[in-house]
Write a protein that binds this ligand. Structure first.
Ligand code: GLU
Length: 498
C-alpha cells in the first residue's frame, strides 16, 4: 500500500482534553503506539482542543501523565515537538484558515448565514416531510453581494462544505471492510464556526493530511465522521490515510463502558494499584488477539505481534476480574527490588504515606518477600502489611478466637519467653524453636501459631508467621505479645470479654 509519499508509518493519538484518559482512549493510544513501534513508524500525540468550553490544561497534563505512566512515549507532540508541529490544534488556526480559504476560492465550500432559529425551522420542516435532517443548502448559491448584505445585517457566517448531493462515499476500513455512506445523508457540514474555530471534522482532516498520517486507528464511534473527512481530503487534494476503526468497549452488562461501571480512567486504575504491564497487556486483548489461548504478552511481545488484521469486529467486554488476575501475575513475577520500588512510588497516595522506613520500622523491601505471592494489586501491600506500622486493631473475630481458646494465655507466655531468649532472630531459627515448643505442648503448629498471629497483628490472616516475627524484631514482637497477654489476663480476672 502506498501512503504519504515516503511510505513511512505515521500514526497519531488525538485526544480531546476534556477529562482523564479513559480506558477506551488508552486502548486506542496503545494500538497506535504498538503499530508504530512494530513498523519502525512514528507515533504522534495531537491535542484536539478546539472544544473551548470543555478543554482544559489540567486534562492535557493528566492525559500526558497517564500515557507516560503506561510507557506510551510519543515521537512528535506537545513538549517533544516535531517538524509537523505545533501539535495542539488551537495553535494551528492559521493552517485551518488557509485550507478554508482554498476551499472557498475553489468553490468547494461556502459561507452560510442561517441563524439558529432558521436552522431549527429547516430541521422541523425536513422532519415533517420525511427528508434527511441535514442542512438543505439555502446559502449554497448566494452571490457575493447577497453575502455582503447579510453580513451588514450583523450575521456571522459559518463555513460549510459543498457535499455532493448524490452518490456514495466508501470508507475502506482495514477492520470493518468497505462501509458505504450516502452523500445525501451527510449534508453540507460545517467546517469553520463563526468564531473562526474549526469543527472536529475539518481540523482532523487538515491535520491528518498535513501531519502525513498514514493510518488512522481510532474508536468506531468516529466511523460516521470518516466519509466527511474523506470528502474533505479529496477536496483539498490530499491522499487519505488508511482507516482502522476499533470495536467498542462494553461493560459487564454489555452497554458501552462508562463511569457507571466503576473505574474507567487509567488514573483510577493506577491509584488502585494496577501496574502498567498488566494494564497494557489487558488493553491489548480488548479487541485484538494473537491466537485463541495466549493471554500473557510482555510489551516487547505485543510490539512484535500486534497487527490490525487481528483486531476483531465485535465489541469487547471489559472484565475487571481478568485484569486483576493479570495484575497479580505481573506482581508475582516482578523482581522483588522492582516491586519494592513500585510500592514506594505508590504509597505516597495512600494512608500509609511515610510510614514504612520510618525509624525503627521495617522498610518496604523487608516486607516484599513476605507478601509478594499474595498481592494482586499494589494496594494489597497496604492491606497485608499495615499492622507492621500502625497500632494494632483487633478484628472482632480474632479477639473472639483468642478468648475462646483455652490455651491462648499459655501459648503466648511460652512464645514470649522463647522469643525473648533468642539471640539469632532469623525466621529459620524462630521456626525451629516454635515448632519444638508446639510439639512439646502437643498442639498442632497451626493452632499453636494462631494466638501469636492475633497478638502481633490483630488479624486472622497474615504473611508467614516466622517471617513476620523476624521482620517485626524481637523487641516489637515480645512487646506486642505482652500487651495482648495483659489484656487477656485482665479480662479473665474480671471474667468479662475484652
Ligand atoms: N479527538 C477525538 C476524540 O477524542 C479523536 C479524533 C480522531 O481520532 O480522529 O474522540
Amino acid at each position: 500500500m502506498n501512503f504519504n509519499n515516503n511510505n513511512q508509518i505515521r500514526v497519531r493519538f488525538a485526544p480531546s482534553p476534556t477529562g482523564h484518559l479513559h480506558i477506551g482512549g488508552a486502548r486506542t493510544a496503545l494500538y497506535n503506539w504498538l503499530f508504530a513501534r512494530g513498523h519502525d513508524g512514528v507515533f504522534i500525540l495531537r491535542i484536539e482542543d478546539t472544544d473551548l468550553s470543555r478543554s482544559t490544561e489540567q486534562a492535557i497534563n493528566q492525559i500526558m501523565n497517564s500515557l507516560r505512566w503506561l510507557g506510551l512515549d510519543w515521537d512528535e507532540g506537545p513538549e517533544t515537538g516535531g517538524i509537523y508541529g505545533p501539535y495542539r490544534q488551537m495553535e494551528r488556526l492559521d493552517l485551518f484558515r488557509s485550507a478554508a480559504e482554498r476551499l472557498l476560492a475553489e468553490g468547494k465550500a461556502y459561507y452560510c448565514y442561517c441563524t439558529h432559529e432558521e436552522l431549527e425551522e429547516q430541521r422541523r420542516q425536513a422532519r415533517s416531510q420525511g427528508r434527511p435532517v441535514v442542512y438543505q443548502g439555502c446559502c449554497r448559491n448566494l452571490s457575493a453581494e447577497e453575502g455582503r448584505l447579510l453580513r451588514e445585517e450583523g450575521r456571522q457566517p459559518v463555513l460549510r462544505m459543498k457535499t455532493p448531493a448524490s452518490g456514495l462515499t466508501v470508507v475502506r476500513d482495514v477492520i470493518k471492510g468497505d462501509v458505504k455512506f450516502e452523500n445525501a445523508q451527510l449534508g453540507d457540514y460545517i467546517l469553520m464556526r463563526s468564531s473562526g474555530v474549526p469543527t472536529y471534522n475539518f481540523a482532523v482532516s487538515v491535520d491528518d493530511a498535513t501531519m502525513k498520517i498514514s493510518h488512522v486507528i481510532r474508536g468506531d464511534d468516529h466511523l460516521s465522521n470518516t466519509p466527511r473527512q474523506l470528502l474533505l481530503m479529496e477536496a483539498l487534494g490530499f491522499q487519505p490515510p488508511v482507516y482502522a476503526h476499533l470495536p467498542l468497549i462494553l461493560g459487564a452488562d454489555r452497554t458501552p463502558l462508562s463511569k457507571r461501571h466503576g473505574a474507567v480512567s487509567v488514573e483510577e486504575f493506577r491509584s488502585r494499584g494496577f501496574v502498567r504491564e498488566a494494564l497494557c497487556n489487558y488493553l491489548a486483548l480488548l479487541g485484538w488477539s494473537f491466537d485463541s489461548d495466549t493471554n500473557l504478552f510482555s510489551i516487547a511481545e505485543l510490539t512484535g505481534k500486534f497487527s490490525l488484521e487481528r483486531v476483531g469486529t465485535t465489541a469487547a467486554a471489559f472484565d475487571e476480574d481478568k485484569l486483576t488476575w493479570m495484575n497479580g501475575y505481573y506482581i508475582r513475577n516482578m523482581p522483588a527490588a522492582e516491586l519494592a520500588g513500585r510500592i514506594v512510588n505508590f504509597l505516597p497516595t495512600s494512608r500509609l504515606a511515610g510510614l514504612p522506613g520510618r525509624k525503627g520500622k521495617p522498610g518496604v523491601a523487608d516486607l516484599v518477600p513476605l507478601v509478594q505471592e499474595k498481592m494482586k494489586t499494589l494496594a494489597d501491600f497496604i492491606r497485608l502489611t499495615d499492622f507492621f506500622f500502625l497500632p494494632i486493631k483487633f478484628e472482632a473475630q480474632s479477639l473472639g478466637k483468642l478468648e475462646h481458646d483455652a490455651n491462648s494465655t499459655a501459648i503466648l507466655r511460652t512464645v514470649s519467653g522463647i522469643l525473648n531468649g533468642l539471640t539469632d532472630f532469623s525466621a529459620g531459627h524462630i521456626e525451629e524453636e516454635l515448632r519444638q515448643a508446639a510439639a512439646e505442648m502437643e498442639i498442632k503448629l497451626g493452632k499453636f501459631l494462631q494466638p501469636v498471629r492475633i497478638a502481633v497483628s490483630g488479624k486472622l490472616v497474615t504473611p508467614g508467621m516466622f517471617e513476620t516475627l523476624a521482620v517485626l524484631g524481637r523487641q516489637e514482637s515480645v512487646s506486642r505479645i505482652q500487651t495482648t497477654l495483659a489484656m487477656l489476663e485482665a479480662a479473665q480476672t474480671d471474667n468479662k470479654s475484652i
